[in-house]
Ligand binder design. Structure first.
Ligand SMILES: Nc1ncnc2c1ncn2[C@@H]1O[C@H](COP(=O)(O)OP(=O)(O)OP(=O)(O)O)[C@@H](O)[C@H]1O
Length: 320
């Protein structure tokens, strides 16, 4: 089956600003794909082109086998995609149920209204007026409106902004359930834990260009990065006293950033290094307090990949 989304060499400029520069990626059917990037990186522009709301200057775009820039195909495509955007306009005096039922009427074969209410966790709120919903409940309603048409492809723009932690977890489960039922999902988020928890694949866009693409656990070489062992130096002990000779050759203990007082040992052989360090501590009757072992998080990798994408670099003036 061809991919649900194909983007090749996509470019878009606004006057002198080159918002998107030669972006290429694909999204397979039934996949959750996250587009990550700093403010102004070009995410919204890219998604709006895929959704058919913006024209492109160059490149090829195919969404569910159709060109979203082709007006003649627009209606057929819109019936098969769902959108959960920021600030969807809804009628404040309608109830939750009325709002969802009204939108169901716009689609040729919508999902069952009550099933969608349950799916997004609004059961019990059906008769409340939209204006009386909390921010998180309103966002759930946005999700309900995105899926009521039973889309094959769903675009989610920062789906859990404003959610409390437990509402986020349940929204993530909603999204996974949709994926498991066969919906392809393209999302943007500024929460790296959200991308880690949800996405099958992520692409990082910075300054209008894709700078990395992969699974959340392998992107940017995360899986082969050195592990980081951290602990508090036992009282009265200095870094120089640590058993450096017995550590793997790539492991050099270093005092960590001032403030937390933790020592860091980075190594590709964490098992050996931990064995040496904890064995040394036990032999000396000491405790390695606050001991942790981790690898660079998705957020660490993301920050490294986008460090040149800070807002002051984001006004891309063309030299042409
Ligand atoms: N309608 C517009 N007219 C002129 N410039 C625009 C327009 N829309 C976006 N831009 C510029 O294009 C660049 C990319 O913007 P875009 O909204 O696509 O970024 P984004 O990654 O979605 O950012 P955010 O995370 O803040 O939503 C920015 O420099 C922005 O100022």
């Amino acid at each position: 089956m061809p991919d649900a989304v194909v983007v090749e060499g996509l470019s878009k400029r606004y006057g002198a600003v080159e918002a998107v520069r030669g972006v290429s990626f694909t999204v397979g059917h039934g996949e959750i794909f996250a587009l990550l990037g700093p403010n102004g990186a070009g995410k919204t522009t890219t998604l709006e082109i895929l959704e058919g709301f913006r024209t492109r200057d160059a490149g090829r775009v195919e969404v569910l086998g159709r060109d979203p820039g082709d007006r003649a195909e627009g209606r057929a495509l819109r019936e098969r995609i769902g959108l959960v955007l920021q600030d969807i306009a809804v009628e404040p005096y309608l109830t939750v149920r009325e709002t969802i039922a009204r939108d169901a009427g716009y689609y040729p074969s919508p999902r069952d209204v009550d099933e969608v209410i349950r799916l997004v966790g609004l059961a019990g709120q059906e008769r409340r007026k939209v204006k009386a919903l909390s921010g998180g409940q309103k966002r759930r309603l946005d999700l309900a409106l995105g899926v009521i048409g039973d889309p094959s492809l769903l675009f989610l723009d920062e789906p859990t902004t404003g959610f409390d932690p437990s509402a986020r977890r349940s929204a993530w489960q909603n999204v996974r359930d949709l994926r498991d039922a066969g919906t392809t999902i393209v999302l943007t988020t500024h929460y790296m834990d959200e991308a880690q928890a949800l996405a099958d694949r992520v692409a990082v866009i910075s300054d209008g260009e894709i700078v990395a693409e992969g699974t959340p656990s392998t992107i940017g070489g995360r899986d082969i990065a050195r592990a980081r062992i951290r602990f508090a130096l036992p009282d009265g002990c200095s870094v120089a006293e640590l058993p450096v000779a017995g550590l793997p050759v790539d492991a050099v203990p270093a005092e960590a950033v001032p403030g937390d007082g933790l020592v860091t040992v980075e190594t590709r052989k964490p098992t050996e290094a931990l064995h040496e360090l904890t064995g040394w501590a036990l032999r000396h009757g000491m405790v390695l307090d606050r001991l942790t072992v981790d690898r660079p998080s998705l957020e660490d990798v993301y920050l490294r990949l986008t460090e040149h994408g800070a807002p002051e670099h984001n006004t891309r003036r063309s030299t042409r």
